[in-house]
Design a protein around this ligand. Sequence first.
Ligand code: TXA
Ligand code: MG
Length: 331
Amino acid sequence: MPKIYRDNPKDIASVARLLREGSLVALPTETVYGLAANTFNPDACRRIFEIKGRPLIDPLIVHINTWSQAYLLALMNSSAEKLAKVFWPGPLTLVLPKKDCVPNIVTASLPTVALRMPSHPLMMKVLAQSECPLAAPSANPFGYVSPTLAKHVIKMLGTDLNHILDGGKCKYGIESTVVDLSDQLNPRILRLGAITEEEINACLGFNVPRVSSINYKQGTKGLPSPGLMGKHYSPNAKLELFKGETPPLRDKIKKTATIFFQRRQTIERTRLSNCFWLCEDGKPETAAQHLFDLLQQLDQENYEVITVELAPEQGIGAAINDRLQRAAVNY
Ligand code: TXA
Ligand code: MG
């Protein structure tokens, strides 16, 4: 059982020291929990891949808390500065040409590095005290649903992990938006996330193309981001998606749950059992906060099939649908 640390000066100091000296710690961020290591300690970073069962070709995001760290680790450009000024600290990851000081294990030997300045107050304190940038993917086994509560991390990785900082529930519940700015003239959105496509476009003043992640399988040539291969964020249950009022007919043999986007009267009228919803208020932000938690709860209850209603395709709703579509891929 891992040791649980909390928001007090002694625990934060311990976590920061552990990280600086090469231990791994699961930490809260405003998006999801991350599994962190000192970026400049390649052995510690390698253990992240081992614990997650993550292929070494899938690079890690480096979390920073100062602009000088950004300039130390990456070749910043004016578009990156524009976005970072507006959205950092916050759920935006920028892919930029890397500097030599970033170990190859972190970037999967790519010439680029992904940088993010998170806004979670505990993560910011840890970054400030550890005095090292922290490489951290989401703290889940590779391909599974991301953790939004410390108890998810304990359930998923508890046997392999010694330290968890409990920061309560993650504010956004969905991962950061990843924008590739390594070629400043051809920026691309590699992953939809908590910062919306509309916000990115408004900040840069033009429409940034989105790379469709669904069509890529592991090993595909020309893959723009190694982590973009099809199946990801998947619960154990088979996921089926639907749009509109009526869910598809249920499998009568398998244990099936239905997740609606919003609670509404028609759900009560159809009298379906095992019905759940992502929000009561119709806001995609609320739905995003609950999505991964609900999928994990339903897995624990051994549902075999989960039928999920897609979110309205605006704002963070597009990121919810991206996660659902990738979770429902059958390979
Ligand atoms: O919100 C988040 O981003 C969370 C928290 C912990 O910060 N982190 C997270 O990390 O979601 P991870 O490893 O689960 O997803 C990072 C994504 C992967 O798809 C990875 O392939 C991509 O970012 N990525 C990392 N470095 C890259 C690079 N140099 N070029 C292209 N894609 C990169
Ligand atoms: Mg992940």
